[in-house]
Design a protein around this ligand. Structure first.
Ligand code: GLA
Length: 385
């Protein structure tokens, strides 16, 4: 928990709104394995992390809601009636989306003020979006006593992103951010939304994220396009989703349709298998094989699913000559953001040095690093109402 932010946002809130806020925190997430499986009703292994977004809120007598992002130094106002997304509205559409989607469930809202701040880098693939959505829905739930269950709240967050931001995301990010359990990753079944906590015991190893500091602008349309391809193939196979497909069924399609699409579907089927394997390996504490699985996932995301990019491939390939790294892969939606590295603790500093130099030389760009720990999901930090 970042105490500095708690302090800062509380002070700034009182300065701007002259009221004591309640404070809601929602974390970002990592995903050990199981990428692009969530919207295929498949399996993933995410964990909430110790970085996220704080939302400070209180009720106001004004007839407008005022929202301030401390980090972006931007503010905007809206009325609770007739909410629509704003063209090129960026972060504002997440706020509007959450509010509108709460209203669609039939809950009545009163006007409120909201301030947001966090320590999760945007566009890093750590799901700042889900953290933002969840921090707001959780905060409003507490502030206005809406009695929304956690299950309802994650669906509200997801729909906000679908309907007001335009990304047809799965449920993994919102789920992990809401339900995270300290020290564990959640084996998430995205069909029935049940999860089993799997203890992450890495002993002399850690999970280190390397941020490429790249964000490709095509990412959103490419994401939606991947989802469409998966849905198209499920339809052709006569199944509900790729969760229900096996490799044989998919391979048979190769003569009758676009082979790139078939490879994408095959990736999803194989990735679901890798998630199950990864859980066994974690239980057996077989980190070297887990590392190999991470490399396999990266290869699948790069060659079959085609959501990687030059910079991510470079960061992953670089680790293959580093004895201290057992495995690495791009993480999240793709086209930028972070790689996840399973690395020996005593070599982290040396590794950081080596990879930063090489990355700088190759792309004239700095990479950044985060050591993350599996943490608890959303929480209310103070409640002065
Ligand atoms: C993004 C989406 C998730 C998931 C991942 C890829 O983070 O928000 O729903 O699909 O990409 O695994």
């Amino acid at each position: 928990m970042n105490k500095q932010i708690v302090q800062h946002i509380t002070t700034k809130y009182q300065e701007q709104f002259n009221a004591k806020p309640i404070l809601s925190f929602a974390p970002g997430r990592i995903n050990i394995i199981g990428e692009h499986t969530d919207y295929n009703d498949g399996f993933a292994l995410p964990a909430a992390i110790d970085k996220g977004i704080f939302a400070a809120l209180s009720i106001t007598e004004n007839n407008l809601c005022t929202v301030t992002s401390l980090d972006l130094e931007e503010s905007f106002q809206f009325q609770l009636t007739n909410l629509n997304s704003i063209k090129n509205g960026g972060w504002k559409n997440y706020v509007i989306g959450v509010v509108a989607e709460i209203q669609k469930t039939g809950k009545k809202l009163s006007n409120f003020n909201l301030m947001i701040s966090g320590d999760i880098p945007q566009g890093s693939g750590l799901s700042s979006s889900a953290a933002l959505e969840n921090s707001i829905v959780n905060g409003l739930n507490e502030l206005l006593d809406l009695k929304l269950s956690k299950e309802k709240m994650i669906l509200i967050s997801q729909k906000a992103e679908h309907n007001y931001v335009g990304v047809q995301c799965g449920i993994m990010d919102q789920y992990a951010s809401m339900f995270g359990v300290k020290g564990t990753a959640l084996l998430l079944d995205c069909r029935d939304l049940n999860s089993t906590p799997i203890s992450i015991q890495l002993h002399d190893h850690s999970l280190l994220l390397v941020n490429s500091n790249i964000q490709h602008s095509l990412a959103e349309s490419a994401y939606n396009n991947r989802r469409k391809v998966c849905e198209k193939i499920s339809k052709i196979l006569g199944i509900k989703s790729l969760r229900d497909a096996n490799e044989e069924q998919v391979i048979k399609l190769i003569d009758s349709m676009n082979s790139e699409d078939v490879l994408k579907a095959l990736y999803v089927v194989q990735e679901n298998q890798r998630v199950k394997k990864a859980v066994e390996l974690l239980k057996e504490n077989n980190l070297p094989e887990l590392g190999q699985l991470l490399y396999q996932t990266h290869k699948g995301l790069k060659d079959q699913y085609q959501v990687s990019c030059e910079e991510l491939d470079f960061l992953v390939d670089f680790t293959k000559n580093q004895d201290s790294v057992l495995g690495a892969r791009m993480m999240g939606g793709g086209f930028g953001g972070c790689t996840l590295n399973l690395i020996r603790k005593d070599s982290i500093n040396q590794f950081k040095n080596n990879i930063s130099k090489a990355y700088l030389q190759a792309f004239q760009k700095e990479c950044s690093f985060y050591l993350v720990h599996a943490s608890d999901g959303v929480k209310i930090i103070t409640n002065n109402t």
